[in-house]
Design a protein around this ligand. Sequence first.
Ligand code: ATP
Length: 200
Amino acid sequence: RPYVVGLTGGIGSGKTAVSDKFAELGIDIIDADIIARQVVEPGTPALKAITEHFGAAVIDADGRLDRAALRQRIFSDEQRRQWLNKLLHPAIRLAMQEAIHQSRSPYCILAVPLLIENGLDGMVNRVLVVDCPEHIQLERALARDGSTEQTIRGIMASQASREQRLAKADDVIDNSGPLSAIAPQVLKLHQAYIEFSARL
Ligand code: ATP
């Protein structure tokens, strides 16, 4: 059974910058965002169930899930949202477990933006939080996305707070400094994780 490190952090905190460094060290990265898209690809049981529940209007001309159309249908409809979560969350969890099982690196990283919010911290051996002050998160997300400050602030408000996340952290990468400060922190954790996984 592979040793699993859950990597999380708020919008713009630097999760991708950090997971890129682990990948350079040969560590398998399992990305929850990619898995969440894979479970609703054409031909999947989840997409079939969604089509039956919401109608063909949520499928685009290529037979793919029209996320904007689906979002409109669950927006401000708590029952529909719950139905969708009850379908997707177990499917995503199962696909993550399969990916973990396939991993052959000394340990693997499960990158999940909403690890704590969705209670997935029970799936991992260790929680690694990428942390920086909220004003820096906002600044970096703004520079990257071209979204408005209001949109980013809305997303931040819907996510766990910095304090909630840090309370669940076994390890923290401080990403308040320059990009060059990430690699040495990753290397130190990498060495620790190899030891932990060998003891498992
Ligand atoms: P999201 O969950 O919003 O996709 P993320 O946590 O994966 O974000 P990144 O994409 O890694 O965050 O970083 C957000 C932006 O900030 C990117 O444009 C990235 O290049 C930049 N960035 C990350 N870390 C630093 C840093 N230490 N100094 C300067 N810019 C940084």
